[in-house]
Design a protein around this ligand. Sequence first.
Ligand SMILES: *[C@@H]1O[C@H](CO)[C@@H](O)[C@H](O)[C@H]1NC(C)=O
Ligand SMILES: [Ca+2]
Ligand SMILES: [Ca+2]
Length: 159
Amino acid sequence: MASFVMKFLLISICVTVITCCAPGWKKTSSLSGWCFLFSHNQVTWAEAEEICRSFEGYLAEPINKPIDDYLISETLKTGRKYWLGLSDLEQEGTFLWTTSQTGITSYNNWIPGDPNNANSGEDCVLNNWTHRGKWADGDCEWKEYYICQTEDIDGGIVG
Ligand SMILES: *[C@@H]1O[C@H](CO)[C@@H](O)[C@H](O)[C@H]1NC(C)=O
Ligand SMILES: [Ca+2]
Ligand SMILES: [Ca+2]
């Protein structure tokens, strides 16, 4: 009973005052309103996109330096590569953020030499921890870790 009351209070506080993240999701005080999930499994880019959607979120979009810096700081802790919500699947060479379908504006963090659409083509972007989290285009069919992002408070609690 006590724990039920605690949970109810917590949810009330989350909804009215601050953003809370679902268990397993991370938040950072410098980026209020967002929750991030760093996966522990490796899937294709399309599968990652689908999984993030099922959490009412989307593949993380480091559209600016503060978000990218945060994702990089976590990436360097785990030493993994993660899919991001950026691809040139629609039109070769034109990278679009998945949710807004808008292009990269002032901020980008490509590894020098990327994107290079290497081999039989690379259309999906991941951050490469061996290059301090800078971005690389990779083969969408590779199985990689992924970061989901959500700004939906209710989705965060239920999901
Ligand atoms: C990440 O960087 C390493 C080291 O340069 C490189 O071998 C690897 O191919 C890179 N991965 C991607 C997806 O670009
Ligand atoms: Ca490409
Ligand atoms: Ca590449």
